[in-house]
Design a protein around this ligand. Sequence first.
Ligand code: SF4
Length: 65
Amino acid sequence: MRVHVDHERCVGSGSCVFSDPSVFSQDDEDGRVVLLIDPHVDPDRRQSVRDAAFRCPVGAITVAE
Ligand code: SF4
């Protein structure tokens, strides 16, 4: 699985960080999403990354199997 975040679309709600703070963070200055991993998601993180994509209010997180 690969994860992609769209910084331009992100509105900084923080829902992704709540889903998995080991994968997602927010920029200190503008609050937009920061990806803490390379695009490849470890198997044990897949469900929480899917949850983050589902919860993002603006669809800024996409995953590909
Ligand atoms: S949930 Fe979506 S809008 Fe909110 S910080 Fe994460 S990527 Fe940005």
